[in-house]
Design a protein around this ligand. Structure first.
Ligand code: AMP
Length: 222
């Protein structure tokens, strides 16, 4: 099964991608996560990417496409994968087509999750994550047991952090990037007849996942 999760920032792509990955034993590929790891490790790619991540701008297409192509070569991707946060521009969608052609693979479904912008701002400004294990919490909707501290025992009371790009003014810039660069991809996949929409407004992650699963069982190769 090969799925792309599309949608504005903060609509819950990461949460739903993790669920799909757990439920179907497929690989979860988040370009944001891969890039943040590079930044954390201070690699060459990380040094370059940080400038873009901090401002909420897109990292150059070439860099991201190379990272995805390499990741798809890993053995755990053979059973399938869910792409989260990629592609994010028309050139990336076109590059992905070439990558998939070389691999003789096809995307089964592209699922777009929609949530109104004001609801996204409310969600993202309350998002916190553990810098040790990467677990993601939401202070309003999915709070940790103890105040702003990771629940995982092995993280030993690690304080949660807010992503630099989840501050309100950066969120507004990222909406703009989504409108300009990412939205054109929707027509690209609609033309191919594989785009499906899920309205996630006001819904808890379980309810959104139920909708996604029904699309996957109808259109995905399970
Ligand atoms: P995300 O975790 O998906 O919200 O991504 C966080 C940040 O990583 C984005 O704001 C971009 O700076 C960068 N990023 C993630 N995925 C991509 C992509 N496909 N193309 C370019 N930049 C990306």
């Amino acid at each position: 099964m090969r799925i792309i999760l599309l949608g504005n920032i903060g609509v819950g792509k990461g949460t739903q991608a993790k669920r799909l990955s757990d439920a179907h034993g497929i690989c979860h590929i988040s370009t944001g996560h891969i890039l943040r790891k590079h930044v954390q490790k201070d690699t060459g790619i990380g040094k370059e990417a940080k400038k873009y991540l901090d401002k909420g701008l897109l990292v150059p297409d070439e860099t991201v496409c190379k990272l995805v192509a390499e990741r798809l070569d890993d053995p755990d991707c053979r059973k399938g994968y869910v792409l989260d946060g990629f592609p994010r521009s028309l050139p990336q969608a076109q590059a992905l087509e070439r990558i998939l052609m070389d691999r003789q693979e096809e995307i089964d479904s592209v699922i777009q999750i929609t949530v109104p912008e004001e609801e996204i701002v409310e969600r993202l400004t309350a998002r916190r994550s553990c810098p040790k294990c990467g677990a993601v919490y939401n202070l309003k909707f999915n709070p940790p047991k103890d105040d702003e501290v990771c629940d995982q025992e092995e993280c030993e009371g690690q304080a949660l952090v807010q992503r630099e790009d989840d501050k309100e003014e950066t969120i507004r810039d990222r909406f703009h990037v989504y409108e300009q660069k990412t939205k054109p991809i929707l027509a690209f996949y609609a033309q191919r007849g594989i785009l499906h929409k899920v309205d996630g407004s006001g819904l808890a992650p379980d309810a959104v996942f139920e909708k996604i699963e029904s699309i996957v069982s109808e259109h995905g190769v399970v």
